[in-house]
Write a protein that binds this ligand. Structure first.
Ligand code: BG6
Length: 484
């Protein structure tokens, strides 16, 4: 672990969408809470020819658009930390100027790379050339880091030629979400769940990441990626590994990531018949008409905007427990949740009077809401009040915790706040290690190869629906209904 707190942060891609919507607001919000090192200077760089003043105006507009009112206390101070240096990352010359602005990096420099993947290689070369890769420099990398195992390895090799793994911080912004980290607290800070967190007591797990948005103008990128690579390869597999991992010995980067990678390596290659792909057609979201994917794109395409997968983990704990994953664009609501369905009770002692039949019993489930609602609900069977002349009646009731109510003093943070702070301070626990990324791609590439072998093309679904009906059938074949 590289033990230094950076006093300079160098942002590549500083005029991009991510910088505007997430990075600048996160940094400003951290500043408002006095969480940034007092002397932290932020050097922004991108191709556009701004000067400091023009960039500060750009940043101010971004903050006014994307930062909640109650977190804008220190905009002035924050803007004072920013300087801007235009750079064409494909030419070495510019890096010398950049190094001059950055100054000697002996106090600690954190670099955040949020640029087109094609610029990763040249940027690393430029940084090396300018002496910006020394022991007091660490680098954060934003996705997409390649679009298959081969291209991901090429990027990782390029970065590894200049930085050792303990100074490389690969970002999966889902790991910065408070509720995702809470999964670890729920599992490992309570005695209740761990003894039953296995195939004996859990019948299946569902992970849903549903979005209402469509292409959002990311035409070129998304059509080359699709839902499997854009969402499953990273965010959903990270959620799955946190749900399924063995207890790490401590909450530190090596222990946590060692356990996650074992889960990723235990993923069984999925058959084409265990996956469903879809692409949305015109429909309505929240009452408003929206275009179909092909119309937004302006051409026909075979890219999937929806995917559902029945995944298996080949290890002792999870033998025979399906993990149903689904994600899609233009679904009816924005929701990320994990449902853990427990087994049936082994024997019912309750009968409906005289009939010898049991009243309806539902297996317990634990529903972990990641977003937008941060709720944890455990469903329990309870007796319906009454004199029970027909025999005891049972009904499912929720034991629910709304996290925002339980912690009303805390404000909701942007996922990047946590990640940027950890990058500046050098804690890798919530960043993805190279072996994890490669295990993720290994599984994803095998699915894409299956699709190719079987000529799988996406089925259409109406925007505002829960994806193609085949996705419902995928679960129903096993007597399972998706949680909605
Ligand atoms: C990104 C994907 O990684 O995550 C986007 O590229 C997606 O397509 C986004 O919309 C979802 O993030 P969140 O935090 O809004 O759930």
């Amino acid at each position: 672990m590289s033990e230094f707190t950076a006093d300079r942060l160098l942002l590549f891609g500083a005029t991009g969408d991510l910088a505007r919507r997430k990075l600048l607001p996160s940094l400003c919000a951290l500043d408002a809470d006095d969480l940034l090192p007092e002397n932290l200077q932020i050097i922004a760089t991108a191709r556009s020819g701004h000067d400091d003043e023009a960039y500060r105006a750009f940043a101010k507009a971004a903050l006014e658009e994307h930062l909640p009112n109650d977190r804008r206390a220190q905009i002035g101070r924050f803007l004072g930390r920013l300087t801007y240096q235009p750079l064409d990352a494909t030419t070495l010359g510019g890096f010398a100027n950049l190094a001059e602005i950055v100054g000697a990096p002996d106090h600690g420099l954190a670099i955040f790379l949020s640029t087109a993947p094609s610029l990763f290689g040249p940027t690393i070369t430029g940084l090396e050339h300018a002496g910006l890769t020394g022991e007091t420099v660490r680098i954060g990398l934003e996705k997409p880091l390649g679009n298959d195992l081969t291209s991901s390895c090429a990027i990782n090799d390029a970065v590894a030629s200049a930085f050792p793994e303990d100074r490389i911080f690969r970002i999966d912004h889902y790991l910065g979400k408070e509720t995702v980290q809470n999964l670890l607290a729920l599992r490992f800070a309570n005695i209740l769940f761990e003894p039953i967190w296995n195939s004996k007591y859990i019948s299946h797990v569902q992970i849903t990441v549903a979005e209402t948005v469509g292409l959002e103008g990311r035409v070129g990128f998304y059509d080359d990626a699709g839902a499997l690579r854009d969402m499953v390869q990273n965010h959903m597999l990270q959620l799955l590994s946190l749900v399924a991992m063995e207890p790490p010995t401590s909450f530190d980067a090596t222990a946590v990531r060692d356990e996650k990678v074992k889960v990723l390596r235990a993923l069984r290659p999925a058959n084409a018949s265990e996956t469903v792909t879809g692409q949305y057609r015109a429909g309505a979201i929240a009452g408003a008409a929206v275009l179909g994917y092909d119309e937004e794109l302006g051409k026909a395409s075979s890219t999937e905007t929806f995917v559902a997968i029945k995944a298996h983990l080949d290890n002792w704990r999870w033998k025979g427990v399906p993990f149903y994953l689904r994600t899609g664009k233009r679904l009816p609501e924005r929701v990320t949740e994990i449902l853990v369905r427990f087994a049936d009770v082994p024997h019912s002692i309750f009968t409906v009077n005289g009939s010898g039949q049991s009243p309806v019993m539902r297996p317990n489930h634990l529903l972990i809401g990641i977003q937008p609602e941060e709720n944890i609900t455990l469903s329990l069977m309870a007796k319906v009040p009454g004199l029970d002349e027909e025999g005891l009646a049972l009904r499912e009731v929720p034991l629910a915790i709304a996290m925002p109510d339980a912690f009303s003093e805390a404000h909701r943070r942007i996922a990047y706040e946590r990640l940027l702070l950890d990058l500046v301070k050098g804690d890798q626990t919530l960043f993805v290690r190279r072996d994890e990324v490669e295990a993720q791609w290994h599984w994803i590439d095998a699915i894409r190869a299956e699709w190719q072998r079987h000529g799988v093309t996406p089925k259409t679904y109406t925007a505002g629906s829960w994806g193609p009906s085949a996705s419902i059938a995928l679960a129903e074949r096993d007597g399972v209904s998706w949680h909605e």
